[in-house]
Design a protein around this ligand. Sequence first.
Ligand code: ADP
Length: 258
Amino acid sequence: LRLKNEFAELQNTFNDMAARIEHEISLRKKSEEDRRRLILDISHDLKNPMSSIQGYGELLIKKKGLTEQERDEYLKVILNNSKKANRLLTELFELSQMDSPKFSLKPVKTDICEYIRQICGELVPQLEREGFRYEFDILEESVFVLLDTDRFSRILQNLANNAMRYNPPGTQISVSLTVENNQVVIDFSDDGIGIPDHLVDNIFKPFVRVDDSRNSKTGGSGLGLSIAKKIAEAHGGDLTLCLNEQKGSTFRITIPSI
Ligand code: ADP
């Protein structure tokens, strides 16, 4: 009987190990697939601006008798495409920096209510200039969190830019701050076009965009939300997309209070 029990135990251990190895292999396959996908997306997104820069650069050198207007036009295309490529590379650098084990924040004890009120105030001129309606509902108290204010402002910048870039003027943009069970909850909402259901689970993954036409006017790199989520996570919090009953999108930032 003892031998039988020992055998059963051994078999359990073996099964357990086999399951773990299988799990590890599938994780590695997935990260290999993610890496391959990432490289494919990067090359795809860099190819267009680089080809334009090269093409228009060659025209500037080779084409005879260009008018001043044509020269200016070609130079503008070159400049715009360099900016696009530069932005993509900067954001990729930022993203990979945050994945590095050396990445660390410089957190400082900060009154988050005062800080968010200040950021909202700074957004007002742009919101008004671009014709957006707005509403801020920030808790009238002092609530302290550990914040790397430079990094954290990037989250709000990205959310604000997205809300203004992807929604038409007249859209209402709202920011609220509440505290629930020692968690500061900052909701950044708009009543605009919203995120389609099929993308809700993937919207924080690099290179995911609703309008995937890479040349579209509004088209960004698709890295903004990935970067913002990583910054929130590095603060011990999170950035999520709330399921919206109403129109539009609500992005929720959480961060523990101290
Ligand atoms: P991008 O650089 O393309 O803006 P993001 O990661 O910031 O990348 O956003 C991913 C995609 O999510 C955007 O391309 C856009 O389609 C969609 N999106 C983000 N915020 C909003 C919003 N407030 N309203 C509608 N769509 C949005």
